[in-house]
Design a protein around this ligand. Structure first.
Ligand SMILES: [Zn+2]
Length: 691
């Protein structure tokens, strides 16, 4: 389940943290906001007027929607803005891909044929049924040669080279203390369940989950052709390795500390950290011979790998590696349907709650976006990115940046030295909007329409070679970490930049013809949120050039920590689901970004209206009420309880209700706009203020 982690990437949603992109329904339900609301950007008809906006603004803004909306059977969560937009983008990509697969490839589209072939290969479900297991058996035969020691490292390197990640994962990253250089990042991992907590917790529910995982792994081995006695033994061996790795892994909260996870190491250092693991053999199999610039996020995980290589018998390694080969192919849905369905049922039972598997074309659109994203993104951007969207985004960014500059210049708790460094960092912050200036060259990817698994692994291997090729070179500032159709945004601390893909620059986040109040409440908030990430509890540890460096005078740094702990305590008091609380430490960076982003976007809106007459009311709502309603209604959501519990453990973002009520109850501007009084639940007496 774990994918390539992107260290230092703080996304607006949870794209980088979730095990896979959420899937969508056949059709959006008719009551969702897919139908154009009466007033662009906000929809007064879904407001629940039986709830006071001063008691629970989320329930007020979204109550009518929640009553009328059913979560689609193949969704773990349904968010009014994001998921409807994702669904629309997916339909558009579906149209492009169906036409291309049928032979209508745009001759100007350099990699259009490759995109068409991968999608067509994926759509051939019968071929997966016929040939998927043949590939797996060949792979298992290769793994049978693993007798321990050096064999393990070579097998792991070979699997990493095609994007399966037993033991740990690897990718290119900027050196956090010299952001101009690219190094290889070795990240703790090698787990199948979505977090190390699931392996180490001692409560009954966690024990039961591990038992069910054992049964699931054994069933998959049997479906792949193993006798049931050895399947059960192999499942136990697999779980034993993963429990051991999980015990050595740091928690998500520990992994949020960029100083803790910075452990620069060369090849000699890796040899010292895990002498029994054959690093040269590993690098040769990975295609990275000669590479010697690394970071290891978790030194004690390397020590554990060394211990495992010394002590685990060859049969254990064969079982563990066989399982990870199987899991990669099952995740691609490139094996017989019985295996994909078993994988789906296990995930649904514990982590998503989904009632049905997404139809094949949705999966194939997602796979094509994941593996050939910048080829597919070109076609998307050409067809669907409005030419004026960049200019509109640029003006929003400039407005919010101006608001942040004024905020920093008047912030009472800052001294002049720290203030100057903060302004320097803000001024150096760059942005990218829409899609890359220079598209990735997929010329080396080898695809065959009649061989989906081989084609997908070839595309995955291409991406790994590309990553390895970046290591040891100066950083490419033009690179994107999300594809153009993605409905999301991110801030990169080492690049000190915010990135808004074409996919999010659409209604309801940006609605042509809506009041500015509405667009600042939705899209302006996204911009302010990403900008604040540069100054949240992680981002503040990087300087203007994206290097880890402490530019805070000690008393001001201490005051930041004090103010941030107010936010941590606030959210720790919220319930995520049932008896599970929100983790105020895990979600701190995102909560700071929501709080800062709303305040900055509102200030930018006010500044943009200076000297102008007020914008017209909509359904009786004043412009500033529209601003807050636009924010809240973007977050109307239904989350299945299984998924809410997963997110409480893994998602650095708070649940939708608290992304609305959390920041708004800290903002006097909100209380003023809705005439809320001291003592109302939406007016916190001990309000938190940072940026
Ligand atoms: Zn964020």
């Amino acid at each position: 389940m774990p994918r390539l982690p992107v260290v230092g990437l703080a996304a607006f949603l949870a794209a980088c943290a979730t095990p896979r992109a959420p899937e969508a329904p056949e059709r959006p339900p008719p009551s969702s906001s897919a139908a154009a609301p009466a007033s662009p950007g906000i929809d007064p008809s879904i407001v629940d007027r039986s709830v006071s906006p001063c008691v629970d603004f989320y329930a007020y803004a979204c109550g009518g929607w929640a009553r009328r909306t059913e979560i689609p059977a193949d969704k773990e969560r349904w968010v009014r803005s994001f998921d409807v937009m994702r669904e629309e983008n997916r339909e558009r990509l579906h149209g492009l891909l169906d036409a291309a697969a049928a032979g209508k490839v745009d001759p100007g589209d350099r990699f259009g044929q490759k995109v068409a072939d991968l999608y067509a290969a994926c759509m051939d479900e019968d071929a997966a049924e016929r040939s998927g297991l043949a590939w797996l058996r060949e792979e298992w035969t290769r793994l049978d040669a693993v007798k321990g020691g050096a064999d393990v490292a070579a097998a792991v390197g070979r699997m990493h080279a095609r994007g399966a990640f037993p033991l740990f994962s690897v990718r290119a990253t900027q050196d956090a203390r010299d952001s101009s250089q690219v190094i290889g990042n070795l990240v703790q991992g090698g787990l199948s369940l979505p977090d190390r907590d699931y392996y180490v917790r001692k409560d009954d529910a966690s024990e039961a989950l591990r038992q069910d995982f054992l049964a699931h792994v054994a069933r998959q081995f049997v479906l792949a052709g193993e006798p049931s006695a050895s399947a059960a033994a192999d499942a136990s061996a697999t779980l034993a390795v993963e429990v051991s790795l999980a015990e050595s892994a740091w928690t998500r909260v520990e992994m949020r500390d960029p100083i803790r996870v910075y452990n620069r190491v060369d090849l000699a250092g890796l040899r010292r950290a895990a002498p029994t693991f054959d690093w040269e053999g590993y690098l040769a199999a990975l295609g990275a011979t000669g590479v010697s610039s690394f970071n290891a996020t978790t030194p004690r995980a390397l020590a554990r790998i060394d211990e495992l290589v010394r002590t685990a018998p060859p049969a254990t390694w064969r079982a563990y590696l066989r399982w990870h080969a199987l899991a990669q192919a099952a995740d691609l849905r490139a094996l017989p349907r019985a295996l994909s369905e078993e994988a789906f049922r296990f995930r649904a039972r514990h982590f998503t709650g989904e009632k049905s598997m997404p139809v094949r074309w949705k999966h194939c659109v997602e796979v094509t976006d994941r593996l050939l994203g910048e080829a597919l993104g070109q076609a998307f951007a050409r067809r669907f990115f409005a030419p004026n969207a960049r200019a509109k985004a640029a003006s929003l960014i400039a407005g919010v940046q101006g608001a942040m500059q004024r905020r920093i210049s008047t912030l009472g708790w800052m001294d002049d030295a720290t203030r100057a460094r903060a302004q320097e960092k803000l001024a150096a912050m760059s942005d990218k909007v829409g899609y890359p200036e220079r598209w990735r060259d997929y010329g080396a990817v080898r695809l065959r329409r009649d061989a989906f698994l081989a084609s997908a692994l070839s595309a995955s291997a291409f991406e790994m070679r590309r990553q390895i090729g970046l290591v040891g070179k100066p950083v490419d500032r033009g690179e994107w970490r999300m594809t153009a159709p993605t409905v999301n945004a991110y801030y990169s601390p080492p690049l000190n930049e915010i990135v808004l893909p074409a996919g999010i620059l659409q209604p309801p986040f940006y609605t042509h013809g809506a009041n500015d109040a509405v667009n600042f409440g939705a899209m302006g908030l996204v911009v302010g949120h990403e900008m604040t990430h540069g100054f949240d509890d992680q981002g503040r540890k990087y300087d203007a050039r994206g290097n880890l460096a402490d530019w805070w005078s000690p008393p001001v740094g201490a005051e930041f920590v004090r103010r941030a702990s107010c936010v941590e305590n606030q959210y720790s008091g919220y319930t995520a689901v049932d008896d599970v609380k929100v983790d105020g430490k895990l979600t701190l960076g995102e909560n700071l970004a929501d709080l800062g982003g709303l305040g900055l976007s509102l200030a930018a809106y006010r500044a943009s209206r200076a000297g102008l007459p007020p914008e017209p009311p909509v359904a009786g709502y004043s412009p500033e009420q529209q601003f807050f309603l636009a924010h809240a209604q973007a977050w109307c959501a239904i989350v299945r309880p299984e998924n809410a519990r997963l997110r409480a453990v893994t998602d650095p973002h708070s649940p939708p209700r608290w992304r609305v009520n959390g920041p708004l109850s800290n903002l006097p501007e909100f209380a003023e706009a809705f005439r809320c009084n001291v003592g109302d639940p939406m007016v916190r007496s001990d309000r938190c203020q940072v940026w």
